[in-house]
Design a protein around this ligand. Structure first.
Ligand code: SAH
Length: 233
């Protein structure tokens, strides 16, 4: 069973976008995952295919209508669909590698991309949408956020990444940022590769990498350290 993504958007042309290339693109072609981009406007009922209206209570901008969005969601995700329903939203829970892993282990995702000021609150409640943020900044729409989320998920699907080990040692997987990387040439503008890395002593190399990872995490993301796992080798 492959991971099935359904994206609800006013801009279906933005998909698969970057996900049509490289690892994700090859996996899409191979059927490891599937993607349908649904035009929300197709579920409007008036002549102008209206999807938004002015905010109740006044103020700037427009709000996406609950009735139109509900019809779109019910069309792609009828009762019994086991996939989580996500709403890309700066008010959501920040996306983590742990949530990405959970999603990758599941049947897929229905992803609603907001535009304008956002969506009617009643829709979020009535359809049990999980609000997901990709960071503390405001995008003009949910589409780039959906692409980010799907990129993170798809690379974890079985067979997508050639070297599965590199996935396990990455930043966040063990509560640490990753150690620095080096490759040839041995000298670059007078800078050498740290000697330990060319020593061939794997125990020492592992200890050096762990120490570097801890140092980097302490400097940049002390909040992560609480969840760090001890080194086992
Ligand atoms: N008025 C809203 C921002 C709307 S931005 C507020 O202040 O909270 C328009 C749409 O872009 C949102 O509905 C959401 O789908 C998407 N979006 C913006 N920033 C995002 C973020 N950091 N993460 C995920 N989606 C985001």
């Amino acid at each position: 069973m492959s991971f099935a993504a359904s994206v609800l958007t006013l801009y279906p042309e933005m998909f698969p976008g970057a996900l049509g290339l490289s690892l994700a693109g090859r996996a899409l072609e191979a059927g490891t995952w599937s993607l349908e981009a649904i035009q929300i406007r197709d579920f409007a009922t008036d002549r102008h295919r209206t999807v938004d209206d002015t905010p109740a209570g006044g103020g700037a901008g427009m709000v996406m209508r609950a009735d139109v969005l509900a019809r779109a969601i019910d069309h792609v995700s009828p009762q019994g669909d086991e996939r989580p329903r996500l709403l890309m939203s700066p008010r959501g829970k920040p996306l983590t590698q742990a949530r990405v892993r959970e999603l990758a282990a599941g049947p897929g995702a229905v992803i609603l991309c907001g535009r304008f000021e956002g969506v009617d609150q009643r829709l979020i409640e009535a359809r049990g949408l999980e609000e997901v943020s990709i960071g503390d900044f405001i995008l003009s729409g949910g589409e780039p956020a959906a692409l980010v989320l799907l990129d993170a998920v798809v690379r974890l699907l079985p067979g997508v990444m050639g070297n599965a080990v590199s996935g396990e040692e990455e930043s966040f997987e063990n509560g640490l940022l990753e150690h620095p990387h080096y490759t040839r040439p041995q000298e670059f503008e007078g800078r050498q590769i740290p000697e330990v890395l060319t020593s061939g002593n794997h125990k020492k190399i592992a200890a050096w990498r762990r120490a570097e990872a801890e140092k980097l995490t302490r400097e940049r993301r002390p909040d992560l350290l609480a969840g760090a796992q001890p080194l086992v080798r």
